[in-house]
Structure formats: C-alpha cells, structure tokens
Design a protein around this ligand. Structure first.
Ligand SMILES: Nc1nc2c(c(=O)[nH]1)N[C@H]1C(S)=C(S)[C@@H](COP(=O)(O)OP(=O)(O)OC[C@H]3O[C@@H](n4cnc5c(=O)[nH]c(N)nc54)[C@H](O)[C@@H]3O)O[C@H]1N2
Ligand SMILES: Nc1nc2c(c(=O)[nH]1)N[C@H]1C(S)=C(S)[C@@H](COP(=O)(O)OP(=O)(O)OC[C@H]3O[C@@H](n4cnc5c(=O)[nH]c(N)nc54)[C@H](O)[C@@H]3O)O[C@H]1N2
Ligand code: SF4
Ligand SMILES: [Mo]
Length: 687
C-alpha cells in the first residue's frame, strides 16, 4: 500500500448507503478502445453510483464493457491521486508529502528553467501516449509547452506505428469499413484482432453476418472466442503473418483472381508486390507459419471467390519485427483481389484519422531537437549522453508497466540525478518513482472528445461529477506551466475550456456546430463509407501505393519480406501479451484481479513437466516473471501468453510481461516488438 501521509479517499460509492434524488447524465467513453461508447451515468449526492451504456450511439446499443461499468472503483479508489505531492522516501518506495499546486508547479517550472539553462532543452524529455485518448487531453497546450521550451521530441510509437505507417503508405489512411457494414460481408477475416476483449461492440455485427451466411476466418495464435466459431482458424506462429498474406496474394495472381483492371486503374506498384509474393507458395508460407497448408489454401480460395470480402486488420500482428510488412501485405489484399466498391467489402483499420481535424492553431513548429523513440525509454534514461535526460515529465502513460524492457526503465527511473514528474489519475508503477506527482481528472470529471476508431463517431464527453480531490485536467496544468514560463501570447488559449472552444472552431464547420448543439455529427462522406465509392485514398493521385521505393529502402529487409523468428534453443517460446478484458492497457490494472496465469499448450507443458496451476518462472536474458500456469489448447504450441497491462504487483515477483520484451523496433514505423519476446518456462521451486 502506498503511503502518502494523506487521508484515504472515499470508498466505492456503491458501498455507501446513500439516499437522495438521482440524476442520469449523458456522456461518452474516451478510453483507448475502438468503440467510444455513449454512456448514461447515474449520480446521487454528486457521486457516481452507476455507469452504463446508452443508445445515443447506435453502436453502443445500451451496453458497455465490465471495465467501465466499474470505473467508479478507480475514480474513488485507494490508488487515486488526490493532491500534488513531493517525494519523501527513496525512489520507488511510494512515500510522498502533500504540497499545494502552486508549490509543485513552481518547483517544476524552476527545474525546467534550470535544465534548459544548464544542459539545453533536449535534456527535458516529455513522455506521453493516449491517456484518455481524446483531443483535449493531448496535443494542445502540452505540445505548445514542449515545442516552445525546445525539449527532446518524443516519437509516439508504442502502438499502431507499423499499421499506421502501412495504412498511410498504401492509402493515406483512407476511412475504412465500419462495424455497421460487417453484416453485408460474405467473408470476414479477423486478422490479429480479438474484439471479444478489445472492442466488444463488433461482436454482434460479426454474428449477424454469420447468421446471414458469411464465412468467418480468424488468424491468431490463440483460439479466441470468435476463432471457436470460425470456418477456418489459422493459428499462426507469432510474427509470420507477412508470409501468410503474401501466399494469398500469390494465389490471387496465379489463379487469375487478381483484379487486373483495378490494379491498372487505381494502383501503383502491383508488379513489385507480385514479384515479392512469388516466393511464397502456400506450402512454404504454411511451413513458416506452422499451419496446415490445406487450411491456408482454403482461406486463399475463399478470399479469391467471395464478395463482399472484408479484412479486419488488427494490431496483434504488428507487434513484432515484421509488423509493418505484415500490415502492408494484409491491407493490400483488397486492392489485388478487387474487393473495394461494394458495401461490406475492403479493409477495416483504425478510423481515428477520419474526422480530418488538425491542429493548425498550434502554430509553433516542432523544434529540430533530439528525437527519442518512446519504446526505448530505458535506453534514453540510462545511455543517452548528448545531453543526458535530466528531467522526465510523464503524463497519459505508465511506461514502467507498458513499455519494453521494464528493468532498464526502472533502472533509469531510479537514477538519483533524474528529476521525474508524473501527472496521472492514480499512483501507477511509474508514479512511485516520481519526485513530484500531480493528480489528473478522469474523463468523468472534465470535457473531452470521444472519437471512435472502429465505428466512425465523435461525441463530446462532459464532466458528470466535480474533480475528485484537487485533481486538474491536462490543458489547465499545461496552460499554467506555459504561463509560469512566459510561453503564451496574449490571446492564446490557457486552459481546458479555451482549448475546447478552439478545437470546436477549428473543426470542419458543420461538425463543430453539431457538437455545440448536442447533435452527433456525421462526416461529409457519411458514417458508413464504402471504400472507392464514398472515400478514396488520401494519396496525391488518389491511387493505392502498393510499393514505395523509399519504404523499401527503409525497412531492414525491404518491403513484403520476412525476417526470421528470433527464437533460440535457450529461449524457444514466443511470449505474446494481448489485450485482456480486465484493463485498457494498464488502466484499471490497480483493481484486484484473480491470480495472473501464463497460457501454455499441453504439449509444451508436458515437455517441461509442468501441470495446470503450477507456479512457474518465465525468463530470458532481460528478466523473469513468476506466476501460475494455465495449461490449455487455446494457445498454439510454441507460443505462450500473458495479459497486457499488468501492474508490477499483479505477479509474484513485481515484474510484468514487458520485463521480457526487447526494445528492438518494428520494420516500419519504429513500433514496439512486444510479441518478439522469446522465453523459456520452468517450474518455480515452491518457496
Ligand atoms: N479490453 C481491452 N480493450 C482494448 C485494449 C485493452 O488493453 N483491453 N487496448 C486497446 C488498444 S490500446 C489497442 S491498440 C487495441 C488492440 O486490440 P487488438 O487488435 O485486438 O490487439 P491485441 O489485443 O494486441 O492482439 C489481438 C490478437 O492478436 C493475436 N496475436 C498476437 N501476435 C500475433 C501475430 O503475430 N499474428 C497474429 N495474426 N495474431 C497475433 C493475439 O493472440 C490477440 O488475440 O485494443 C484496444 N482495446
Ligand atoms: N506487454 C504488452 N504491453 C503493451 C502492449 C502489448 O501488446 N503488450 N500494448 C501497448 C499498447 S497497444 C498501448 S496503446 C500502450 C499504452 O500504454 P500507456 O500509454 O502507458 O497506457 P495506459 O497503461 O493506459 O496508461 C495511461 C495512463 O494515463 C493516465 N491518464 C488517463 N487520462 C489522463 C489524463 O487526462 N491526464 C493525465 N495526466 N493522465 C491520464 C491513466 O491514469 C494511465 O495511468 O501499452 C502498450 N503495452
Ligand atoms: S472501454 Fe470500450 S467497450 Fe468499454 S465503455 Fe469504453 S468504449 Fe465502450
Ligand atoms: Mo494501443
């Protein structure tokens, strides 16, 4: 338990016997989830007593996930940060003393001034990712602060960097098929995505398609809930998807099912893709991926002959050395197969760019300072010298739990000469190492924009309760720091409300007006666009760029090529760590959970003399994790799986899956290789 020397916040409101009238407030969920649900939150005596889905967003359809239904346990939980505080004990120990906001912010401003003066702005590293994921909690006054201060620049690559790079290269991030159109498809391929955990509102649409006779294919090393009812489940080895997708391309080209007219009229580079695919016969790809060649051939044939055919490109397959090429090969399938132009056909990827909202009002250009890839935080803190990182400011992220090479990150955070600020809602694993912690509001205590990246939706999230404790929204705190440092001009936004109005003003006019009027806006092309009918690639000539020489030169082995498995005799098992239904990344990971278990196939367990429920150690040269084992055929042989987003205290030895993940980068986009961890597993002699 963390000792703040402060009063403990109120317990979960549901445990209290409350009386008085209740009110239901409409808002939306901004968490990093494709669904962006509309919410109905019940309030009594200014406290949340119930969180449920509403029907304002038709995709939400009145229900939400169990995680957010219990979000009040986080809002009022023991781990909630209530006041600014400064460190009292050793780093990591969690002993803090409450201080006023004024004192905390002045201390931080002074450290910024000193670091900039003594070592240059690049010695300050701002570190953030999505947090509450809305437009208001990132990329506004925080961006002004870092740009004008001339700090190191953070490459925000922990997620979606390879798929984003591929989607940008091929299609300029054209809007993609939304949930509502899935029932129109005759074939759905769910590739490296598990909506049963990571986007539950897709499930009814997939089921409806199946009811109407659609075939379902799932490509995943695990038997996910949807894989159980799939017509074909390709349980590939992690990181082999590029080979599998190229074999389907080859099949399309060699059996006359490539749409030559579409390729001629709407694409560039088909010949180069064809050339690279040529090496990948069904037999060779099946061998590399460890799957049945006949099953792969069936998928290739189904894809060749079905229309509308839809490929849902997920994020699970991007988190390895081949992630970018895998996303390229998967998203190129509808172009080669001629699957666009019909409702329910094409591809489905993140629709987060579909609102065309830019930040031109942040006029300050990015400084030409040092770039730091966020996946190499440990390296930056322990190895960078020119200049070393002296001040680290973490917000909207919990890198001690979520970023590769946990031990190196912890060694960096432990540096006595590093001044660390953590601005968060709860006392995270990272916050324990802070010199100053600042308390942030949750999405139920402030405004934000909730944008769906599965369906295309945009809602205004509103405060349903007052800020808990002394917590403040991001824009207010960054505005305050900018003001203290003299970085804002006279008429510039200084806090949350100004920034919200500015963002509304900068939106395409009809969208901003609708949001102000409480109407759910629709993009000009509609909320369920058909690719190559309503929307086209955002490339210079509106054509698909199947092959880019520049990207080919930047990828380690070139485009549409496979880099071999990093497994060794010592570390033969691929450890993957996909989304679980208990957390969003590490958010909510502070709540109690049943014993964490490593999933392992019975053959792998037998070979190691392990039995269901045994206490085990998972290890490699980077670290080890102690937990229990769940022996199950739901994960393929050679692959083991831990949940993503564990907190250090979730395991027996304070280490999570990220302790075993190398900080190597993906082939495109500089992404994290979470699923390239190669490990050994052995029983842990009982203590
Ligand atoms: N409940 C919940 N929902 C979430 C999140 C969460 O943490 N929890 N996180 C949110 C975020 S940040 C994101 S980015 C999305 C991610 O959502 P998803 O796209 O679903 O991504 P993952 O959960 O990483 O992995 C999906 C599947 O990929 C499989 N997989 C792993 N490696 C490979 C591989 O090499 N090839 C193939 N074909 N499959 C592989 C895993 O077994 C898993 O079933 O979900 C969002 N939604
Ligand atoms: N092992 C493994 N690890 C993974 C992955 C994996 O597949 N395997 N996937 C990765 C993926 S897909 C992602 S996206 C990353 C995400 O990793 P992170 O970016 O670290 O995301 P979270 O763990 O959700 O942490 C977000 C933090 O921001 C805080 N926060 C939320 N809203 C606000 C706000 O308004 N203001 C402030 N100041 N703070 C706020 C939350 O309380 C939370 O502590 O995790 C990655 N980690
Ligand atoms: S996390 Fe996803 S499913 Fe849960 S309420 Fe939020 S948007 Fe809906
Ligand atoms: Mo993510």
């Amino acid at each position: 338990m963390v000792s703040f020397g402060m009063a403990s916040p109120a317990k979960n409101a549901r445990e209290q016997t409350a009386t008085g009238p209740t009110t239901v407030v409409d808002t939306a969920c901004t968490l990093d989830c494709p669904d962006a649900c509309s919410l109905a939150v019940t309030i009594q005596n200014r406290k949340i007593i119930k969180i449920d889905g509403s029907t304002a967003n038709p995709v939400t359809d009145g229900y939400i996930c169990a995680k957010v239904r219990k979000f009040d346990q986080r809002v009022y939980g023991d781990d909630r940060l209530l006041y600014p505080a400064v460190r009292k004990g050793r780093k990591g120990e969690g002993k803090f003393k409450r201080v006023p906001w004024e004192e905390a912010l002045e201390l931080i401003a002074e450290r910024f001034r000193r670091a900039k003066n003594d070592h240059g702005g690049a010695s300050i590293l701002p570190y953030s990712y999505g947090g509450s994921n809305g437009f208001l909690t990132q990329d506004n006054l925080d961006a002004q602060l870092w740009r004008r201060l001339g700090t190191s620049r953070l490459e925000r690559t922990v997620c979606a960097a390879p798929t984003g790079a591929a989607n940008m290269a091929l299609y300029g991030k054209m809007p993609s098929v939304t949930y509502q159109d899935y029932p129109e498809a005759k074939l759905i391929i769910l590739w490296g995505v598990n909506p049963s955990a990571s986007g539950i509102h897709l499930i009814p649409y997939v089921r409806e398609a199946q009811k109407r006779g659609a075939k379902l294919v799932v490509v995943d090393p695990r038997t996910t809930p949807l894989a159980r009812s799939a017509d074909v489940h390709l349980a590939v080895k992690a990181g082999t998807d590029v080979a599998v997708a190229l074999a389907i391309h080859r099949h399309l080209f060699t059996t006359g099912h490539a749409d030559e007219a579409f390729l001629r009229d709407h694409t560039h580079g088909a010949d180069r893709l064809r050339e690279r695919a040529d090496a990948w016969t069904i037999a060779r790809a099946a061998d590399v991926a460890g799957i049945d060649a006949a099953a792969l051939e069936r998928v290739a044939e189904l894809y060749a002959t079905s229309s509308p055919a839809l490929v849902r490109c997920g994020w699970g397959h991007e988190r390895n050395r081949n992630g970018g090429n895998s996303a390229m090969a998967i998203m190129a399938l509808p172009a080669v197969g001629g699957k666009f132009g019909v409702r329910g056909g094409g591809y489905s990827m993140s629709n987060s760019a579909s609102w065309g909202i830019d930040r031109t009002w942040i006029a300050t250009a990015e400084p030409g300072t040092r770039a730091v890839n966020m996946n190499q935080l440990g390296r930056a803190l322990t190895e960078y010298t020119d200049p070393p990182v002296n001040v680290l400011f973490v917000y909207n992220a919990n890198p001690a739990a979520t970023v590769p090479d946990q031990h190196r990150i912890l060694r960096g955070l432990d540096r006595e000469d590093l001044f660390t600020v953590v601005f968060d809602q709860v006392m995270t694993d990272t916050a324990l190492y802070a010199d100053v912690v600042l308390p942030a509001t949750t999405f139920l205590e402030g405004y934000d924009f909730a944008k769906g990246y599965g369906s295309i939706s945009l809602d205004l999230a509103k405060p349903v309760i007052d800020a808990v404790g002394e917590s403040r929204p991001n824009a207010d705190v960054f505005g305050d720091l900018c003001t203290r440092l003299g970085l804002l001009g006279e008429h510039e936004p200084t806090g949350e409300l100004d920034v919200m109005l500015k963002i509304l003003d900068e939106m395409p006019r009809h969208i901003g007006v609708d949001l102000r009027d409480g109407i759910r806006p629709t993009p000009t092309y509609g909320s369920t666009p058909v690719q190559f009918v309503d929307v086209f690639p955002n490339t210079s000539d509106r054509k698909v760029q199947l092959f880019s020489d520049a990207l080919d030169a930047s990828a380690p082995m070139g485009l549409y090529r496979y880099q071999p498995d990093p497994a060794t005799d010592r570390y033969p098992l691929a450890l993957i760590s996909p989304s679980s239904d208990r957390t969003i990344s590490s958010t909510l990971g502070e709540l109690p959970r049943p014993d964490v278990q490593l999933l392992m196939h019975p053959d792998d367990a037998a070979a190691r003399g392990l039995e269901d429920g045994d206490l085990i150690r998972i290890f490699n040269d980077l670290g080890e994790v102690h937990c229990k084992i769940d022996v199950t055929p739901e994960v393929r042989p050679g692959v083991v799986s831990l949940p993503k987003g564990l907190w250090r205290r979730s395991t027996r030895n304070n280490a999570t899956g990220t302790a075993l993940v190398p900080d190597t980068l993906t082939d495109l986009g500089g992404g994290a290789c979470f699923n390239d961890a190669r490990v050994q597993v052995a029983s842990l002699p009982s203590a």
